[in-house]
Design a protein around this ligand. Structure first.
Ligand code: P6P
Length: 339
């Protein structure tokens, strides 16, 4: 990790804004509001064990308020932090069935925010790292009100994407299409400070991340690929190491920095009806934008994640993401299936 030069995320966002001569500051304000929501969620995540806002408590806190599950809290926090700034015309959350409109009393902006407020939250009771994932698009409809059509997009239309990982430290990683930057929260001053400049994922890794408990429902290509990773290689000797936390943001973040491949293939229990798990709009697209900006790749096994035209808000896709050479090798195995 590079030594922080004391550059705050606010200063970095403003410097990034200078790359867009036509920038109006709207986008800067949006990213800034998001970083504030991240600090608030980080505070709650880090005291969850003490404040009894873990998992399914369903109890009441000392103020007699209904205790919310942490992911419900994070969802409401982001909506409340983002709706009044005047930067957004609509939002969509992995936690909400339908789109989240900006309330009438607030000004509307030209951006669309889509997010997974707290991915991996089922792990939080065990103090496992969790994360918030976000994507930002420009509005495309021209009517009076933004609609769901502003959310059903291709990943290539993203203007920014990022995640916050609440782990041993809280980090915010984002891209606006000009490289990937990481900021580490310094709780003593409440600022995100630049700690990782122009992150690049190694072209080939030695880590694979997959839930091997699902081996029995994988397609033949995935099964053969994972076996290949475990064979002893006469040249390189040690096979790949399996690292799987079961929290997408944490697994992705480690592989982004160290190199490696994360796979969540579809469930082929019913070969005629493959069932993917991860969501295109809230998980796959934002991480795909980041990994491509870092020199990596994100695929379903047969097509680029960011080329997929979303047709439903909660559409799911198989996700294979990480070091370019590893994803390309997987695609070869996946295409050969039963051969
Ligand atoms: P499994 C968490 O529930 C999540 O959505 C991702 O964060 C994680 O990568 C995946 O599901 C884990 O799924 O089936 O291996 O428990």
């Amino acid at each position: 990790m590079q030594k922080s030069k004391g550059i705050t995320i606010q200063r970095h966002i403003i410097e990034q804004e200078r790359l867009f001569p036509q920038a109006t500051g709207d986008f800067t304000g949006l990213l800034w509001d998001l970083s504030i929501a991240a600090k608030i969620i980080s505070r709650e995540v880090n005291k969850a064990g003490l404040a009894e806002i873990l998992g399914l408590t369903g109890g009441v806190n000392i103020h007699g308020e209904a205790v919310k599950k942490l992911d419900v809290y994070a969802n409401e926090r982001i909506c409340k932090s983002m709706e009044h700034g005047g930067h957004l015309c609509i939002m969509a959350s992995e936690e909400n069935e339908d789109v989240v409109p900006v309330p009438d009393e607030f000004p509307k902006g030209k951006y669309v925010l889509m997010f997974d407020p707290l991915d991996g939250s089922s792990n939080i009771d065990a103090n496992v790292s969790v994360g918030t994932i976000f994507s930002i698009y420009r509005r495309k409809t021209t009517g009076k009100e933004a609609t769901v059509d502003d959310c059903l997009r291709k990943g290539t239309e993203q203007v920014a994407a990022g995640y916050i990982v609440y782990g041993s430290s809280t980090m915010m990683v984002y891209t606006t299409g000009h490289g990937v930057y990481g900021f580490t929260l310094d709780p003593s001053i409440g600022e995100f400070l630049l700690s990782h400049e122009k992150i690049k994922i190694p072209p080939k890794g030695k880590i694979y991340s997959i839930n091997e408990g699902n081996t029995y429902v994988w397609d033949e290509g995935t099964r053969r690929y994972v076996s290949y990773l475990k064979e002893n290689d006469s040249l390189t000797g040690r096979p790949y190491s399996l690292r799987y936390i079961g929290s997408l943001v944490a697994d992705f973040h480690r592989n982004l920095l160290y190199g490696g491949i994360f796979l969540y293939p579809a469930d082929y229990k019913d070969p005629g009806k493959p069932k993917p798990k991860l969501r295109l709009l809230y998980e796959a697209n934002p991480l795909a934008f980041i990994v491509e900006q870092a020199g990596g790749m994100a695929s379903t096994g047969r097509e680029r994640i960011m080329d997929i035209q979303a047709t439903e808000l909660h559409q799911k896709v198989p996700l294979v993401i990480g070091s370019k050479e590893d994803v390309l090798t997987y695609e070869k195995f996946f295409s050969q299936k039963g051969k």
